[in-house]
Design a protein around this ligand. Sequence first.
Ligand code: XMP
Length: 520
Amino acid sequence: MTKERVVVLDFGGQYNQLIARCVREAGVLAEILPYDTSLAAMLADPRQLKGIIMTGGPDSVYAPGALTCDPAIFQAGVPVLGICYGMQLMTRFLSGQVGAGGGPEFGHTEITFAAHPLFAELAAQEKDEPGAGRHVWMNHNDAVLQAPPGFQTIARTDRCPNAAFADDQRRLYGLQFHPEVRHTPGGRQILRNFCFSVCACRGDWQMSDLTVSLVDDIRRQAGDGQVLCALSGGVDSSVAAVLVHKAIGSRLTCVFVDHGLLRQHEATEVMAFYRETLGMNIIPVDAADRFLGKLAGVTDPERKRKIIGGEFIRVFEEEARKLGGADYLVQGTIYPDVIESGHGKAAVIKSHHNVGGLPPDISFKGLIEPLRSLFKDEVRRLGEALGIPRALVWRQPFPGPGLAIRIMGEITAERLRIVRESDWIFREEVAKAGLDQAIWQYFTVFTGVRTVGVMGDDRTYDHVIALRAVTSSDAMTVEFAELPYALLAKVSQRIINEVRGCSRVVYDITSKPPGTIEWE
Ligand code: XMP
């Protein structure tokens, strides 16, 4: 079992779990702790504290009430790496200077790295990760104007003279850029270098350790209670269910709710799949009329999510009552859902239905969310480690609120038909082109816009369908997929010919950030 760990002190940045995930990828246990955890508390854990990473955060270190840490961490002899806000806080504590100086920097930036163990192997990585030794991703207003005494500058950009610094004596380091995001091509190598060259980790952590610890946590939380699981047919709820099943066996009952917002043929396919391959006890609930009734006339995306989230919980409560009560509800919430619903200090982007949408009077003792700190690809690897069939593990993600957030404005039977039929065509053609595994998510959106067209000799005034297809590994950052024109042309032609009410098809070429995957 794991004997060492790196602590990630959470100052509320959007990408903090990505840091933990890069550390796990390096085979090192990453433990995320609140920003103000004392050094003594960190040292109390029997697993050796090999290093501390201070994350980014939304504040300025000089803002009133700015988050701060236990200054003892800088004297403990344990290596500390400050990222963005973390670097600025370190600077402030150690008598350097932080300020607006060279102005804000957002996005891709050219950087010059000095020769330093933190940046080892970057040049060698250029052939697999172009830009590894030259580009980073910045996201800051303030920067370090003057490094603290004892520190050397080890990287600079045009606008940021202290893009990275180091005090090798005290083993304290700072990066102004974000190594954890994919837009910094050498970032993962830098974090690996920190773990191995600076902290001298051995790398004794693996995915199967995670299964053991998650199963233990579930047993502890559930005690001898009865547990209900909300199965959606997606990867996340399936992996969550299998974990809980492993932990508590027959005390788990799964419920599959058809909220009327599923894709074409999905309800039947999903039920068949669970029954045949997972062998779990599943109760199907057809609640389409109920959900669509509540959603009638609702146009605001956040309200849609809240209504769906609230209704989901009610349905489960009712099922629980029929079963004679359940103490806990399992949900397949994963980390991007948590962070984008405004976890800790991070800003709210969207309230995902299974996080922000929970009604306050929920009558379960609690939620079991074993995947809360994991990213999608980690969930998939965990699913494979648990022996879940590949077809299920590699299914494309589908959001809990389903087609509701792919129909702009009001949800009607007609709009559902259009989005279902067009989505089916798109999926069919992507699969025929052999691209279904290579693309993270691909679907159609009912835009709510009508445009003029000509069909035959007649003028039409029909709906615009948008195609969305993205590549990603974690849904936090995505690129639009570069689909072949011939495929786009085929899909467009088929949708216009086969789906009544559509006269135009457009392709969404927005990355995330600044866009999101879903349109609402
Ligand atoms: P966005 O649109 O936020 O999507 O870039 C990131 C990932 O999350 C899915 N998604 C949701 N999943 N409830 C969910 O369970 C939601 O409310 C929700 N909104 C988005 C989305 O499909 C993508 O995989």
